[in-house]
Write a protein that binds this ligand. Sequence first.
Ligand code: COA
Length: 201
Amino acid sequence: MITIVKGDGYVMIKGNKINLLPVRLTERQKIYEWCFHSETTKSHSGPPDYPDIAIATYQEFCDEYYEEYYFTGAHPEKGQGFLIMSNQEAVGFISYSAFHLKSSLAELDIWMKDEASCGKGFGNDALYALSNYLKKELNIRLLLIAPAKKNTRAVKSYERAGFKRTDKKMNAFLAEEFQLMYGNGDYGVDETMILINHLDK
Ligand SMILES: CC(C)(COP(=O)(O)OP(=O)(O)OC[C@H]1O[C@@H](n2cnc3c(N)ncnc32)[C@H](O)[C@@H]1OP(=O)(O)O)[C@@H](O)C(=O)NCCC(=O)NCCS
């Protein structure tokens, strides 16, 4: 069971092992570092395993990946980011994006801040908690997540959280105006695995 705790301009999503807290603008640089300059970066970007996936600069992260509204909650219909909290410690980041997709769909992204925070079920629980929140609060009906096929730890965690592999292409989910930009997936058509989770069952 997840619980959504709401106060004046405040929300906390309570999972079983972790809680999710809306991330703030002052934490943007830290979230970038966890993604592109941490122990976990090698799981999705840069050599040796991902020589063709560049380590983004902070400017690129802000301009192309994570605009300000992910850190202010100003556009929940487009997307938002959350800290993954274990007890009182922030152990990772999870976000949803909907701005580029067909109606009632959202795409999730997630990364932990270090290896010590991986493999403890935090990712699984964060995905489960955010999925339930999106269903209840934003009426999202279908979630997708698109890791590299070779990121087996991520794929396993997503499958445990209820996501299923699909042979559909990214374009099946993207709004028409974003198909050229995002149609190949982050790792290219052949190396990206698309997993989906129907929330209306
Ligand atoms: C992907 C990620 C968010 C998953 O979160 P997590 O908390 O580590 O995942 P969980 O603990 O819920 O589940 C991990 C599963 O992978 C398994 N696993 C651990 N190490 C593994 C490895 N090297 N290879 C394959 N499976 C592995 C675990 O046993 C567990 O499966 P189980 O529940 O059946 O035992 C996290 O590992 C992470 O941040 N990784 C680095 C960044 C990244 O890859 N982000 C995703 C980009 S798409």
